[in-house]
Write a protein that binds this ligand. Structure first.
Ligand SMILES: NC(=O)C1=CN([C@@H]2O[C@H](COP(=O)(O)OP(=O)(O)OC[C@H]3O[C@@H](n4cnc5c(N)ncnc54)[C@H](O)[C@@H]3O)[C@@H](O)[C@H]2O)[C@@H](O)CC1
Ligand SMILES: [K+]
Length: 513
């Protein structure tokens, strides 16, 4: 198992779920002057003004029944007092929220503010969504669903306060309907649901406004956004006095009949992220003895690769298939003293054979699993829908059960460690939902392991780099449509060298203000 101390999460952006946020609010609310809702509303108003960029244009604010609606009333009042033409839509006769929200509604009325019971169909410079925040408990339906539909049809920026209404802040699942915001101003702390599953399609650009609260002082986080800071200490320029042996050996096993390409993609990725030597154990006896496009790869039989004692890591799965021969290889692979990466059919075999699971949980060296949701469902004897319902819970359960570090792939890949810590990666794009991308990820992870990266950091760094590589291609106009796994390998090489050279790789979609 990799040593936990190799991960310094302190510089990362922490993620807090709704329960933890409520504890934090309870801790700070009694002594907060001004009240937290006043701060949240004022922060939202400043963000709205920044988006409108002047004093012209009408602003529509949707206010819901709880404290998120309270934030909306404070924001509306402040914008009105600054001279904006503000329309508030709210449909409760009596505000059901807490005292602060009731006061916010009263102070909106005190400045002459009116509320309308439906969304007027007029052109707006901005819509502010303050319908529901972290208190959403059931699917949105009825009149609020029609408001959301109307806003989603509008051709103007939409600023969501805290969370786009209808998005589950913990899981990123849409509950019935959800606002598609262009911007989300989230309060106190980042929430996991903003960055995984449906979150990225609904949040737009996310900004964090901590309202001056120190969350970690109340409750330490267990989840974080993956960031370059995590592995910055490993991004060292190569010593001039180095040779191929210095940069390690990556062993890859897979490539059954008709699937040789998967193993080659993984091998090329390992090579191009800098592994000193890459051996590909190819199941397909008829495969060429070399990769004409990448003759640096050393093609061997799987048995030769697994028998070698040079391995820093063994990655098995790309194009492996589920034949009896593949199963035998898996039984050999789990006994390797090297760090082991399991992908694709290696995961499917693991799901079907209890002896493999037992052998895996007894391993001393680290194991890394890279399932997509369907593979995760097989491993947990569940369904893809259930896995996706709460991707963080699913990834953590896999890590616990298999005593492995796991990346649950998909929009906002979730990485979970056996000690319970978890991460969400925010690089990557929908162009990467295409054939061969998983093989490339496995190769990148193997390539980092070969170069001596600790197992968990190779997993986190590989996932981050994979996404960065895809994002660079989109920025160059080569995606998302038609992005290929082969191009991602080339781009990963450039992205990795840029990271080492210290080029700024922050994801421009997220800002902290
Ligand atoms: N509590 C605090 O100290 C602070 C709270 N803040 C704001 O308050 C929000 C949380 O407030 P609340 O806990 O009141 O939660 P919300 O405002 O998100 O909504 C809760 C209300 O909606 C109802 N509800 C939930 N789902 C529904 C559905 N599908 N259909 C109809 N009604 C539904 C609940 O019964 C409850 O009345 C945060 O997201 C944030 O915007 C901020 O003002 C910062 C300070
Ligand atoms: K909202």
């Amino acid at each position: 198992m990799s040593a936990p101390r190799t991960l310094n999460t302190a510089p990362l952006t922490a993620l807090y779920n709704a329960d933890a946020l409520r504890r934090i609010e309870r801790h700070y609310a009694p002594d907060s002057t001004p009240r937290l809702m006043e701060r949240a509303g004022a922060t939202g108003a400043a963000k709205a003004m920044q988006l409108v960029g002047g004093r012209h244009g009408r602003i529509l604010v949707l206010c819901g029944p709880g404290n998120n609606g309270g934030d909306g009333f404070v924001l509306a009042r402040q914008l009105k007092q600054t001279g904006f033409d503000v329309t508030v839509v709210h449909d409760c006769d009596e505000h059901r929220g807490a005292e602060d929200a009731v006061m916010a509604w009263a102070s909106w009325r005190a400045v002459g503010g009116l509320t309308l019971p439906r969304v007027p169909d007029t052109g707006y410079a901005l819509v502010v969504d303050a319908l529901y925040g972290i208190g959403l408990t059931r699917p949105i339906e009825g009149v609020h669903a029609t408001w959301i539909d109307a806003v989603n049809e509008m051709d103007c920026p939409v600023l969501a306060i805290d969370v786009p209404s209808g998005l589950n802040a913990d899981t990123g699942a849409v509950m019935g309907r959800a606002i598609r915001a262009s911007h989300t101003a989230t309060m106190i702390a980042m929430k996991p649901g903003l960055f995984t599953l449906d979150g990225p399609d609904h949040c737009g650009e996310v900004s964090l406004h901590d309202l001056g609260l120190d969350c970690a002082a109340v409750t330490p986080p267990s989840g974080w956004q993956v960031g370059r800071e995590l592995f910055a200490h490993l991004l060292r320029p190569r010593a001039r006095n180095s040779h191929k042996g210095t940069h390690g050996n990556a062993m890859l096993v897979g490539g059954a009949r008709g699937m040789a390409g998967a193993a080659l993609l993984a091998g090329r990725a390992a090579l191009k992220v800098g592994a000193g030597r890459v051996f590909v154990g190819m199941l397909d006896h008829a495969a060429l003895p070399l990769d004409p496009e990448q003759p640096e790869l050393m093609i061997r039989t799987p048995a030769e690769v697994l028998a070698g004692d040079l391995a820093t890591c063994v990655a098995i799965g790309p194009g492996l298939g589920q034949s009896p021969a593949a199963l035998d290889l898996m039984r050999d692979a789990v006994r390797t003293p090297a760090t082991l990466v399991l992908d694709a059919d290696a995961l499917n075999l693991l799901a079907q054979h209890g002896d493999l699971e037992q052998a895996l949980t007894r391993r001393e060296a680290a194991t890394l699993l890279t399932p997509h949701p369907m593979e995760a469902a097989r491993l947990l004897r569940s369904s893809t829908a259930k896995i996706q319902q709460d991707r963080i819970v699913s990834a953590r359960e896999l890590a616990r059960r298999f005593r492995a570090s796991v990346v649950l792939k998909g929009c906002g890949s979730v990485i979970a460690l056996p000690d319970g810590r978890w991460f969400i990666n925010t690089t990557g794009n929908p162009g990467m939902a295409s054939a061969g991308m998983g093989d490339v990820l496995t190769g990148l992870i193997a390539g980092l392991l070969a170069q001596g990266w600790p197992a968990d950091l190779a997993l986190l760094g590989g996932v981050h780099l994979h996404g960065l590589a895809g994002d660079r291609l989109v920025a160059q106009g080569k995606g998302p449509n038609g992005l290929t796994a082969g191009e991602v390998i080339e781009s990963a090489r450039a992205a990795f060298n840029a990271l080492i050279a210290g080029a700024d790789s922050r994801d421009p979609r997220h800002s902290t203000r």
